[in-house]
Design a protein around this ligand. Structure first.
Ligand code: ACO
Length: 312
């Protein structure tokens, strides 16, 4: 869906959206397509790419804030069944746009502790079903998508590994980016299926300020903790929320913005799916090579933020 198509639904324009966010397009799932449907497709592609059979998976982690069902069952279990991953435990991970970053660190912990050998991590989101299409402040920002990765114990020739991860939460900002109705705090009345609180609500300015600081802190922490300088990093793969957030963070910390990968123009903000979609795209278009050092950095509802230091 282009910005021009969106401008036929709400009072906005391609010029405003592009100049304020860097977004040109977003992909919208067909009606009836849920997070598990996109997740299964991404998972199958990742398993095939890794040469791993579904039966080898010990744990499925599904990062999503748009699950098939509210609360239960875990969408990861629906994916487990569809993949016939008969030996896998399955659980959802709710850290919004930081979900993939939280998931990589969780996968690393399971593998390093010996609790799992092979983890399937998926970020899958269908925000088109939870955004208020009448609210131009938020509906222009999001898109649907999924990405997946297989993380396994063992050695590769390029020395691929997850070196470190830094995870943070700032719950005092819980309502800055939230879906307030439908949980146990504000249960949905049976005769009120579409109160405004059913949809995502956002304090855009507050999220913006938080996000810029979160990117800088995360990258600096991962560099310092591992005795690295920014010159040692080949790529930063940030959560794709807004190019202005990414540029402002790079400027504030004096990091070369050219080393921050962005593809938000095509996909908008796909929340937990944005980092794996970017990594997959980079791998396919040759931007990233085996053995390169990458920092991922995510930030989002919770508020949550964090990053991973990886050798690709
Ligand atoms: N089209 C046209 N005008 C718009 C639109 C739109 N889509 N949206 C807002 N405006 C208007 C506002 O009404 C306002 O008009 P006013 O001054 O007459 O009141 C004006 O544009 C400026 O609004 P601001 O909010 O100041 O615009 P800003 O430059 O801050 O950009 C934005 C808004 C893009 C939302 C920015 O604040 C931002 O990127 N925030 C972070 C949001 C984000 O990334 N959220 C997701 C985080 S990740 C997750 O966990 C889901």
């Amino acid at each position: 869906m282009s910005n021009d198509e969106l401008a036929q639904i709400v009072d906005t324009s391609d010029e405003w959206i592009y100049s304020h966010t860097g977004i040109r397009y977003r992909h919208i799932a067909d009606q009836g397509v849920a997070a598990s449907d996109l997740a299964v497709e991404a998972a199958r592609a990742a398993l095939q790419g890794a040469g791993v059979e579904a039966g080898q998976i010990d744990l499925i982690l599904l990062a999503t804030s748009t699950p098939d069902y509210p609360g239960l069952p875990a969408t990861a279990c629906i994916v487990q069944d569809r993949l016939e991953a008969v030996n896998a435990a399955a659980m959802d991970l709710v850290a919004a746009c930081t979900g993939f970053v939280y998931g990589l660190q969780t996968a690393r912990a399971f593998i390093e502790s010996g609790s799992a050998d092979t983890v399937l991590l998926i970020g899958s989101e269908v925000y088109s079903q939870i955004i208020n299409w009448k609210d131009r402040n938020s509906c222009v920002l999001f898109g649907d998508g999924a990405g997946a990765a297989v993380i396994a114990a063992g050695q590769t020739a390029a020395g691929s590994r997850i070196i470190d991860g830094a995870l943070y939460s700032r719950g005092q900002g819980a309502e800055a980016l939230a879906r307030l109705t439908g949980g146990s705090r504000n249960p949905l009345a049976a005769d009120q299926p579409t109160t405004p609180g059913c949809y995502l609500s956002m304090d855009g300015r507050r999220v913006y300020n938080f996000a810029v600081a979160a990117i800088v802190e995360t990258i600096q922490t991962l560099l310092q903790r591992n005795g690295l300088s920014f010159d040692d990093i080949d790529w930063v793969v940030p959560h794709q929320a807004n190019v202005r957030i990414i540029d402002a963070a790079a400027r504030r910390a004096g990091f070369d913005p050219a080393r921050f990968y962005t593809n938000i123009a095509e996909y908008a903000n796909t929340s937990a799916a944005s980092i794996p979609i970017a990594l997959d795209e980079m791998s396919r278009n040759g931007a990233i090579a085996r053995g390169q050092t990458v920092i991922t950095v995510g930030f989002g509802s919770g508020l949550t933020y964090g990053g991973n230091l990886i050798v690709w």
